[in-house]
Write a protein of this length. Sequence first.
Length: 489
Amino acid sequence: MTEILNAETPRPARRGIALAVLLVMQLMVILDGSIVTVALPTIQSDLGFTTSQLAWVVNAYLIAFAGLLLLSGRLGDLVGSAKVFQAGLALFTAASVLAALAPSPEVLIAGRFLQGVGAALSSAVILGMIVRLYPEPGEQAKAMGLYSFIGAGGSAIGLVSGGVITQAIGWEGVFWVNVPIGLAAIVVAPKVLARERGLGLKQGADVLSAALVTVGLSLGVYAIVAIAEPEVPGSRSALLGAVAAALIAVFLVRQAKAKTPLLPLRIFRNRRASAANAVVVVGFATGFGFQFMLALYLQRVLGLGALETGLAFLPAPLMIGVVSLFVAARMVARFGTRAVLAIGFTALALGMALLSRAPIEGDYFIDVLPISFLMGAGFGLALPTLVMTAMSGAAPDDQGVASGLNNTAQQAGGAIGLAVLATVAASMTAGRLEAGTGQVEALRDGYSLAFQVAGGFALLALVIALVFLGGPKRTEKEEPTREPATASA
């Protein structure tokens, strides 16, 4: 069992600082997924990227991040979450320097890949560390509310700050901004994070399993993001997807037979936690779709600039923050997990349906702003509730891998959502253009269909929640599955 060596950490003041360090790193991870987007045109012109190469500034980060989350979570259980977190923090900061100094496309892509590795190491263990910092349900709900707010607000902040920084000091600034924040966190983290002695690498250092799941997840994410890239043949994406599925299947078979599995399959015996992770996949497909498609609608149909688009997104994360911090936990305590998720995903489905009706000559304050508040309320209810439910069934020795699994579900859901919605929108737009429709109207029609599909994701999440997340009103009532860490799954 993971042993906490620093007995002073639970003191309220130090716990607050420790939580701040964890959330700052999570904010940098989220920011880095969106802040670069605004700088891409400048990066392309300065470093001579081709169109196909430019996509890898985003994809290299995403593939490394999603592919290594599960392994990183298990490493947290084996060597201690604090060690893994600090290693990831240091690597992420160093990789940011490399990216900022990149003289060529190849070096920048390498820097982005290393940023993804560092992000995976740190982000995979954050949830488990928060659970141990705040074991009391009420305090834990507030901490998870902050975590959800960081996740939702980080992307919008990234869009705004990316435009400001790129315009003021150039694209290098979007990477340099990580460095002083990362260095400060590196100094503070050892003083406030609990020192943990993990199970030891001998208890779970399965190199073959690590290779199978990392390569399988990485190929799977690449296959997903490649769907939306016209340069990549559909047959290649299908073949890569099939190989990824085969590798993951072999990995799961190995986990069922291994004495010390990298991913203990007992973690899936908790029905509520497993269902919550499934809802996370579909829910984040909805969330990423909302952000991506709305940004395109605002810029290409309503004609807003990059900075204006970032500012237009702010109401949604502000509403997420208010609801997740002050409303969600109270509603779960009074009405139960299933009811809160039902309200949240109903709001999301309704918001997507309304966005699908947004006109060509729309007005942001009439056609978008009220829906942004509705979507923010829906996410504010659903996200912290899902995270707490997904983590509720993990025994202490499995909290690192449970955290990694939850983060993997988030990234997989986002990648699936982006690929599906981008493909749907592009296909509809192309068909409308061939039929002689004007470009702006064709784009609007593509985005409208994508919003409808995203609303379908929200309804699917609602159905899964209603069917599989019944039972106890409060997620903490379900006892975690507890078995010896060395037992066969």
